[in-house]
Design a protein around this ligand. Sequence first.
Ligand code: PEP
Ligand code: MG
Length: 593
Amino acid sequence: MAEPPESLLKGIAVSPGIVHGPAFVIDDEASLSVVRREIGATDVAVELKRFDAALADVEKALQRLRDDVQEKVGSREAEIFEAQIAMLRDPMFYDDVVATVRDDLRNIEAAVAETIQRFSRMLSEIEDPLLRERAADVRDVGRRVFDRLVEESASELVAIPQGVILVAPELAPSTTVRLDLKGVRAVVTERGGKTSHAAILMRSLGIPAVVGVRDATRVIRTGDSVILDGISGSVFVGPSAAVKAEYARLEADLEKSTDALHAFIDRPATTADGEHIHILANIGKTADITAALRYGAEGVGLFRTEFSFLIRDHYPTADEHLEIYTNLAEQIRPREVVVRVLDIGSDKTPCYFDLTPEPNPSLGLRGTRLLLNRPEVLEAQLRAILQASGNHRISVLFPGIAGVEEIRGARAVLERTKEQLAAEGVPFDPAIRVGAMIELPSAALRMGPILREVDFVSLGTNDLTQYILAADRGSPEMGRYYRAIHPAVLQTIWTAIQAAREAGKEVTVCGAMAGSPERVALLIGFGARKLSIAPADILEVKRMLSGFTVAEAESLAREVLAMDTVAEIEQRLDAFNREARARVRGEKREARA
Ligand code: PEP
Ligand code: MG
């Protein structure tokens, strides 16, 4: 059973990137605390003189910062400090401090701290986001005066160790610049918005950041292991093994673009004779979109939604679902996203999903069968997918379909959900495209009735292989039996692609085989023209495609379908791929000559 992470905090992603590291928490409020003294009426003049001197010093320091930032970052960012210099002389700030000293007979440090707190409270209650962000400026300006007064600089207050994810209530621009950010790999703040100055600076410094994370300094402790997803705005504190594995995969995806493969980023995916092959991405979370787009995916062919269930300790709420799908669709727009409804079974079960453990999990209740036993879970997810389809290109895909009854059952829930939305006047796409995963032998062998119920099918070669060969896909022991190029598996894949093409229905191959440069020629030879693959595999697959023609792939497929053993097939594929690679290299040499 997957363990939920200790906490998942959500905020606004303001500077992209993924970072896994230890947290370092600074508590801004604590450092504002100061000894509060009552002063005598005769001391007022002395305290105000100290105030004026501090203001003059801070003004000079801000001017220096302005010039420094202008040189290092740019004049737009430097304007922040110009505005702060103006704010120093703002009579509202000045008069409030003076009145506190004079009327409440407070020492100057305490008066400035109180004014900062009053101003930021007052401003953060204002609805207008721009004005609210100015609260940060008031706090920052006051903070600098305060620091000057207590004769401590921000950098002396906080020594930041190397390699940490900095967690703070707020990062005021002057503090941001004065911190030694070389050691900071990412930033989480409780306050701030997309246009806050800290956000602008983080973006220009290339430090991934998520702001507006409520309670971050309370929930996160220094030393906690944190994954910051600066693309979707998620912060995982004490991430579970499943979350860590997902993000490790994403990091690997993003590292994939070596120089040799770079040339293929902007090239369309075509065979040597110019046949266009549609390359889509398999993704598991919003952040994967970055890699998918970077490598030129034409859309998302498979969005596995399990992850968004596994990372929570509760069923995703309607709003959470909707946010995930619209966010994703927004980023990939105008391309299409195929959302696969939840595909879990007894081996992959969120903690709140009350399921009886199965003695043989992969043959237990899973995929669409499980959802038909839990129609309320399916309905909630379909409702959000439909809502998101109102103004985005979204299709829905049902996993683990064994036969026509299951796809009919799933469609019935879909129709019922549509009726409810229509009755509520909620917009959605009434013609949303519906697909079935063909990943069980029963579905592949008898596709006709299923094809009549759907707009498209998606071939899941991972499960198809495990179920045809009775070899657990996750078992290292069974690795030598789990062979996607087994003659029986290839025969089934070929039959399924033919059946879909004859019925005039779109077919995508979305299992790992589609992303394997070694196997892709076979799939093209079988008639596949749409492949949905891990972003990390896109460039290698594009490169391989350019090394053979469709006719060569078809002839390879005919040869291979007549073979009896995995060894023979492997040998033939090796020879074919060697030639294809040589052609790609030759082509590059020709291009250079
Ligand atoms: C498959 O089974 O091939 C597939 C794409 O689905 P998953 O790997 O998520 O089971
Ligand atoms: Mg599958």
